[in-house]
Design a protein around this ligand. Structure first.
Ligand code: AR6
Length: 173
């Protein structure tokens, strides 16, 4: 088994095009779609994804639920709900860490080996990118240290600023 850091990759671009076992969606508690990466995933997966999401009964912040990927190259979509940034003292770091941990746990239970995450909460939900990247890298590394099944975790960077921030977070820890 490679060391945790060797299994984390930075990937530039659109998460919907990745042919991994599971991509993670930065959803909202309704799980019924929205803007940002959520909108892109629903558009690319097709209406069957929304139909399955309607059966799930929503999702609490920090939790995760899994569906099929339908027209996506990825077999599964793991929907997680990140915290809305409110200044950092409303449990945001713990909730964001829970998103990564619960998504990885669900992935392992489904036999996933390759998984890709967007920068959860870093768009509409306003989480500062450096703090979110630090939290994501720490939680993923901790998980991988105790798990041999997950082979690769793609941190998907939708733009250059995000990539630079993750490079820094990976170097810092
Ligand atoms: N591939 C990869 N990353 C992307 C893509 C994409 N196609 N599109 C955007 N990003 P956001 P949030 C990046 O706003 O902050 C939705 O309406 C984006 O640049 O999608 O968790 C939901 O329904 C940013 O870095 O998610 C919720 O209501 C990151 O993905 C709410 O937004 C997350 O941005 C969730 O807000």
């Amino acid at each position: 088994m490679d060391a945790p850091s060797d299994r984390i990759r930075l990937t530039i671009g659109d998460i919907t095009g990745l042919a991994v076992d599971a991509i993670v969606n930065a959803a909202n508690p309704s799980l019924l779609g929205g803007g940002g990466v959520d909108g892109a995933i629903h558009r690319a997966a097709g209406p069957e994804l929304l139909a399955e999401c309607r059966t799930l009964g929503g999702c609490e912040t920090g939790q995760a639920k899994i569906t099929r990927g339908y027209r996506l190259p990825a077999r599964y979509v793991i929907h997680t709900v990140g915290p809305i940034w409110q200044g950092g003292h409303q449990g945001e770091p713990e909730l964001l860490a829970a998103c990564y941990r619960n998504s990885l746990q669900l992935a392992v239970a489904q036999g996933v080996r390759r998984i890709a995450f967007p920068a959860i909460s870093c768009g509409v939900y306003g989480y500062p990118l450096p703090e979110a990247a630090h939290c994501a890298v720490q939680e993923i590394r901790h998980f991988l240290a105790g798990n041999a099944q997950i082979e690769t975790v793609d941190l998907v960077c939708f733009n250059e600023e995000t990539r630079q921030t993750y490079v820094q977070a990976l170097a810092d820890q």
